[in-house]
Design a protein around this ligand. Structure first.
Ligand SMILES: *Cc1c(COP(=O)(O)O)cnc(C)c1O
Length: 391
């Protein structure tokens, strides 16, 4: 079975489910009974099992994990209560005091908080590098580097990491590469095939796809996942059976949805780039993106998220969002409905103005996550809102 849509629908066919049920039942139970002392002991010791205690695994977890492992080309997968639970548990499982991590300057905001605020308390240090330059990773890797964290495209400027080059550098140094594949999804990019060791997602975004659940996923070799599972039963960030079931339902249509997100993202990026009220568009599918060639070599599509810099600064960005008919002003991305954020409204409250210099915090920057609405509707909506800025 090779086509994305068929795999998204059938890759969990081997996972046991109630006889005759076409949709897998929700196994809403905290615990499972064993028939004998021996069976109880076996179930208790089984890593990534699904019939002992729901924090240790549940049939609804096993079904989602089977599909995600298949889509990511991984030996195994695990689910968590959120994206942040996934990366926190994974990193805690794989480092010890004295270890060092190399990460990007730009990541989803929770990741630097983990690396710079939490881990130093446990003697784990981190160096952040410019993700667009593989040589910067090479220069930062030390003998005690255990992990290299990458995210491509990254939030919010859609910078690209050369996943093949960086994974190769990390491997040569004996470090594991962990790729955040949230923005691309396995439909657009498979980091494991490019050499990464582990891939993770905020499944809250495209995988779930409907803004109705929080979840996270980790995929990779079974041996590494076993080590992470040992930590996961301690951190206890367990995905509820209902949310696991909803996640599986979302993933059934992932390939269909991503096709539309890709079309909408590209059409919006092209239309916005041509508009005089827009100073810059950040989207890896545009030939003007500084790393378009790397993106084209490692991606099959560019997704629905793009950022734009309004020529009129903070006020123009705010009015642009107010003028959109289809987009909701909300954090998150990757859902069926279009969502927009104006990052400066958050940064203004957190940082003094003289520290707001990074393009990622620019007053006129807007991040737009195109939903699956009709392409022409989204483009004409964005254009009418930009045109209205002149008045
Ligand atoms: C949202 C997000 C996360 C965090 O995931 P949660 O499910 O919100 O914990 C991590 N990485 C990226 C790229 C994200 O967009």
């Amino acid at each position: 079975m090779s086509s994305w849509s068929s795999r998204a629908v059938h890759a969990d066919a081997e996972v046991p489910r109630a006889a005759g049920a076409v949709s897998p039942p929700i196994v809403q139970t905290a615990t499972f009974a064993a028939d004998s002392a021996q069976e109880f002991a076996e179930l208790a010791l089984q890593r990534r099992g699904s019939g002992f205690y729901t924090r240790y695994g549940n049939p609804n977890h096993a079904q989602v994990a089977a599909v995600l492992a298949d889509l990511e080309g991984a030996e195994a997968a695990m689910v968590f209560a959120s994206g942040m639970a996934t990366i926190t548990t994974t990193v805690l499982a794989l480092v010890r005091s004295g270890d060092h991590i190399v990460a990007q300057q730009r990541h989803y905001g929770g990741v630097p908080s983990l690396l710079l605020n939490l881990l130093p308390r446990f003697g784990v240090s981190c160096t952040q590098v410019d993700q667009t330059d593989p040589r910067a990773f090479a220069a930062a890797i030390r003998p005690e580097t255990r992990l290299v964290l990458v995210e491509s495209p990254s939030n919010p400027l859609l910078d690209i990491t050369d996943l093949r080059a960086v994974s190769e550098l990390a491997r040569a140094a004996g470090a594991l590469t962990i790729a955040d594949n949230t923005f691309a999804t396995p439909v657009n990019s498979r980091p494991l095939a490019l050499g990464a060791d582990l891939v993770w997602h905020s499944a809250t975004k495209y995988l779930g796809g409907h803004s109705d659940l929080s979840a996270g996923v980790l995929a990779g070799p079974a041996e590494v996942l076993d080590r992470v599972w040992d930590a996961a039963i301690i951190t206890g960030a367990v995905l509820g059976p209902i949310d696991a079931w909803l996640l599986l339902r979302g993933i059934r249509t992932l390939p269909l949805r991503v096709r539309q997100h890709n079309s909408n993202g590209l059409a919006l990026a092209r239309a916005l780039e041509a508009h005089p009220a827009v100073a810059a568009v950040y989207y890896p599918g545009l030939p003007t993106h500084p790393q378009h060639r790397v993106a084209a070599a490692q991606m099959d599509g560019y997704g629905g998220v793009l950022s734009l810099e309004l020529a009129g600064g903070y006020e123009a960005a705010d009015r642009f969002i107010d003028g959109l008919r289809y987009a909701r002003r909300a954090p998150s991305l990757g859902s069926v409905e279009t969502l927009v954020v104006h990052p400066a409204t958050m940064w203004q409250a957190i940082l003094p103005p003289d520290q707001i210099q990074d393009a990622a915090m620019s007053p006129g920057l807007v991040r737009l996550s195109a939903g699956v609405e009709d392409t022409d509707d989204l483009v004409s909506d964005a254009i009418q809102s930009l045109n209205a800025l002149k008045t």
